[in-house]
Write a protein that binds this ligand. Structure first.
Ligand SMILES: [Zn+2]
Ligand SMILES: [Zn+2]
Length: 343
């Protein structure tokens, strides 16, 4: 089979011919229907994470996968060849406290396909270590399912953490209207009555934010962000910032935009650190928290929303051999919605 593999950090992926994985025990081989292309892949390929997530190369990239069950090991239950499945990517050990609590993406010794020592979904087939990491979704299209496993899942969990703060008087600021941001705006409108303010840097993204249901859109390449926020909120400030970028600049602007009791949720991984002003954090009782990916049950909730046709998923399709083009378009910010590889 063909697989897009990283041989050295800071190099293009190579399309290699490798063996199709054969499952035994609880394992499953999934024929990849679609694999989402994520900013985390770019961070990983650049070697930025090689100390925190050390891996032996070559490795097949891709942690956002959906497809069809091809073959199952002898202990697999409830799945048959041809079933449509979404692959939950937080491959936890199953026995640590985080895993036992249901948050396998927070496992103390995580194994994430395409990011740690397991091959990912940029290939024709994916080896999944246990059927417990698959959500059955017969009748759904893998091209729409794949992005749900990360781009759709990550903002869902982040919003669940702050849902108690969202009411008709509140304002929620979304930084970054790409794959994750498109879902974030939709969840905010589906699950709360908050007013959504999206921050974009191009006309295409402004249109996308409006299409997804954003109440206000600020194009920060054309207008001053903080004065626009003051105007929109009538000086009340923002109640919740969902920072899907988390660069030094967006975090500084997010903190400055907060009103009394405001919360910043860090979701993106662009920056390395930021300054938190002590005085205003204390006198305004600000909160800062991180949110990582999502758990199995949250993925299944997201898939239920999609199945009920309550989610729009804008997709840009690429062939497996166009993976370099997909990654560079993502890096340049020219993908509208989520890029998926269709092998
Ligand atoms: Zn990702
Ligand atoms: Zn664990």
């Amino acid at each position: 089979m063909r697989a897009a593999r990283l041989h050295n950090y800071n190099e293009q992926l190579r399309i290699d011919e490798v063996d199709i994985p054969r499952p035994k025990g609880e394992e499953v081989t999934v024929r990849v229907g679609a694999a989402g292309v994520c900013h985390s892949d770019i961070h990983f390929m650049s070697g930025q994470w090689k100390d925190t997530l050390p891996v032996k190369l070559p490795l097949t990239v891709g942690h956002e996968t959906a497809g069809y069950v091809e073959e199952v090991g002898e202990s697999v239950r409830g799945l048959a060849k041809g079933d449509v499945v979404a692959v939950f990517g937080g491959w936890g050990c199953g026995v640590c406290q985080a895993c036992k609590g249901g948050d396998e993406q927070l496992c103390i010794s995580p194994n994430w396909p395409g990011l740690s020592q397991c091959d990912g979904g940029y290939a024709e087939y994916l080896h999944v270590p246990t059927y417990r990491f698959l959500v059955r979704a017969n009748g759904m299209d893998p091209e729409y399912l794949a992005p749900l496993t990360d781009a759709g899942l990550t903002p869902y969990r982040a919003i669940k953490k702050v849902r108690h703060l969202l009411n008709p008087n509140s304002f929620t600021l979304v930084f970054g209207v790409g794959g994750l941001g498109s879902y974030a705006i939709q969840y905010l409108k589906l699950t709360s009555s908050t007013r959504v303010v999206s921050v974009v840097r191009s006309k295409d993204k402004a249109r996308l934010a409006k299409d997804m249901g954003s109440d206000y859109v600020i194009n920060s390449s054309e207008e001053d962000l903080l004065s626009s926020i003051r105007e929109i909120t009538e000086n009340q400030g923002i109640d919740v910032v969902l920072d899907i970028v988390s660069s030094r600049e967006t975090l500084a602007a997010g903190i400055s935009s907060l009103g009394k009791g405001g919360t910043v949720v860090l979701v993106g991984l662009m920056g390395d650190s930021f300054n938190l002003p002590v005085m205003s954090s204390v006198i305004n009782e600000h909160h800062v928290l991180g949110s990582l990916w999502g758990n199995y049950n949250e993925l299944s909730e997201v898939i239920s929303l999609a199945r009920a046709r309550r989610l729009k998923t804008p997709i840009s399709r690429f062939r497996l051999d166009e993976v370099g083009k997909a990654l560079s378009s993502l890096e340049q910010g020219t993908i509208v919605g989520r890029a998926v590889l269709v092998p």
